[in-house]
Design a protein around this ligand. Sequence first.
Ligand code: B12
Length: 359
Amino acid sequence: MRIGSKFLTREIKSFGSKLGLAQVGVAPPDLSLWGERFRHWLDQGFEGEMRYMARDASRRTDPRAVFPEVRSVVVVSMNYYPGDRYRGCLQDPAAGYVANYALHEDYHPLIESKLTQLLQHIRSLTDDKVQGKIYVDTGPVLEKAFAVMAGMGWMGRHSLLISQDAGSWLLLGVLLLDVELDFDEPVRDQCGDCTRCIESCPTQAILSPYVVDARRCISYLLGELKGAIPVEMRPRIGNRVFGCDDCQWACPYNKGAVVSTEASFSPKKELTFPSLIVLMGMREEDFKGLFYNNPVMRVKRNRFLRNVAVALGNSGDQRAVPALEKRLSDPDPMVREHVEWAINRLAESPPLEKGEGGI
Ligand code: B12
């Protein structure tokens, strides 16, 4: 069966919208300009411990190296915005802030399954002739660059994709196809002279527009870094225990964001305003129960307790001391070191004002 590229592109977009995807765009498999920028980023060591980024740089900068037959790149996005109710958690020193993308089920299998259905649909329309490869986050693919080339928005100064209509609370997935489709046109950068994301970053991780030094980004410190969190960074982490959304909360394009209707993205109650003292007391089985099929599971119990200890140290809440002292005998030396730091910091903190940090 022969099928025109225009017809197939239209079918892909309409099936994508039936699957509940927020956007479906199509880009050519050519990253030349972005590849150069990516290498420049690596040259400065901004990837920190994420050494795989440098190791597979030649694949990351050329989709033909991962799929030699690739002719088109389909990029999809899903809206995960939970509304601004949970933002208040950042103001509650007794609670741990979990970033919006981790308040619910892990997005990787969900987007992968939608892309699998999309690929099956494409194959059914083409007598199984089309082959494809699916990537969601963990593959050697510059997803944001492809999304920009696919006209789904522009790269904001925080380096995330911003869509004029949908804002930036979008998660991405990519489908490489060996068939030529109709490519979308990129859209104009509409950040103007706004620098709110840069100014809002608690650790000044956005060094210049579009360039994030991952080693300073709270999301990296809490989610990627395996060892101790640098002491000078700890006070700036505030009460965040996983991920950071400040650059996105600051973005004017997120003001009109619409709450996600995807059932799998509805926030888990226990993760909105979770008590830091309760989190500090978690046993291995509690951790596994709470974070089953959740992105936090990746950091395992010890790194999560490390994060919670930092947040408690920053809380000014003396009531946390007994829970921290119990953890001084944790089998993990990294956990113990962060707990000691938290106890010492609390000893130096002024007591909370009345009404602050109610547990
Ligand atoms: C590594 C990684 C991280 C690292 C590094 C962050 C980063 N900015 O790259 C860390 C752990 C810090 C991180 C944090 C977050 N991440 Co992340 N992360 C990734 C991952 C796996 C790779 C990204 C990458 O290649 N980075 C390398 C750098 C060099 O690439 P880059 O930022 O795109 O850099 C470009 C710019 O510097 C640009 N550039 C340079 N000069 C110029 C000049 C001009 C004019 C222009 C236009 C561009 C430009 O070119 C570079 C090459 O593309 C992707 C998934 C994927 N496979 O793509 C998810 C991904 C980018 N992350 C995502 C998310 C949601 C987050 C967080 C919001 C999570 C959170 N709440 O904590 C934060 C956001 C922090 C931030 N402001 O970036 C989403 C972003 C969705 C979106 N709307 O864009 C992705 C796409 C995952 C997904 N599948 O949805 N992440």
